[in-house]
Design a protein around this ligand. Sequence first.
Ligand code: AMP
Ligand code: GLY
Length: 432
Amino acid sequence: MKVLVIGGGGREHAIVWKLRKSPMVDKIYCAPGNGGISQIAECCSISVENIKGLIDLVKKENIDFTVVGPELPLSMGIVDEFSKEKLPIIGPCKEGAKLESSKSFAKEIMRKANVPTAFYKSFASCDEALSYLENKRLPIVIKADGLAAGKGVIIADTPEKAMGAVRLILEDRVFGDAGRKIVIEEFLRGEEASMLAFTDGKTVLPMDSSQDHKRIYEDDKGPNTGGMGAYSPVPVVTPFLKERILKNVLEPVVFQLAEEGIEYQGILYAGLMISDDDPKVLEFNVRFGDPEIQALLPRLETDLMEIFLAMYEKKLHEIKLKWNPEYAVSVVLVSGGYPGDYEKNIDIQGLDEAAKINKTVVFHAGTKFKNGIFYTAGGRVLNVTALGKEIETAQDRAYAAIKRIYFDKMQYRKDIGSKAFAHLKGKVYETN
Ligand code: AMP
Ligand code: GLY
């Protein structure tokens, strides 16, 4: 089969890397791809939102199947457009993708499906939002309704900050149209974890647990980023909790959507806050998490192409996922200055040496390849994933590989995976 993967980050490198292991896959195209992906797939410089260009590519190259990495084309209705042309693709339709592209839509579905989440109210009027804030307990969380590249969430610990956030989003429109509406919700305490699932709209097949590290510095300090690292599995998500998340969160949402005439096929990602074995939904994403999937896919032993085909043919009940029981730790190497301004086009050294560390794989996120040299091309540059029987072994391998990699102003967190220890020693680690 010929497969197209849409996207160009670490998530897509991991997807391409995993699909290459499938005996069913003969050739992989990636649009637009990146430096690392260009070594194992044919990269086509078509942007992820150029749906017409992507359809033309699929027709011209006789591509059999398309996989969508990022949320933007899904929210624009790429699956609906491909389906009109009878081109096989996996991912939710535009209406289903609203679970991520509209926080008020997601909240409404959760309310109807009785899914545990923070108490909330949504507003389009600034005055109404401001008067709602009076006498509310702090901190309080203000969220832009639409897609805001992970920046649309403000946690306010003073009334001034809360009112300022409402005005910034609804009046000043700092997030553009994503801020036509806001959701104001209760602040939840606990530890965050991600549960992703494959679904064909009828069967929901949960993946193993994973945990992102969103803040730039160790111990969850500093501003939020697109993700500084992940590990899997996560001890806070016990087998009991996993079942509870499937039955109380993932399945009810897919079934509620079906009841409303929205057939949800693709990846469903629940970002959860866990406290005392009680998971509450912070957000839904409609695609693989980045960098969670860079930790999950190296542990997945089942053929990914087989899973995609089963989802597409609505035969997911026939699949049983098999996971390597080892831990995976994935550390993100970022450009100095990220998540603020940073330089690009810095040459990267030591990648071959890093790849020699046992059970380690380096995924590229923001890189480009020119005349035999890899250069930085984004904020998040590389994801170094390593496996190990103990989480320490996986960490040791990942950090040993990182020691061999160098680019000017390279930065990374030194504590990816360490939250697991608190649970392994029976102690609860609270992020808030
Ligand atoms: P979201 O994009 O909705 O996942 O929000 C981004 C981040 O903001 C989450 O990963 C949490 O760290 C934090 N967050 C969002 N909602 C809440 C909440 N209700 N209580 C506490 N933290 C939150
Ligand atoms: N890891 C968070 C996300 O993919 O949105």
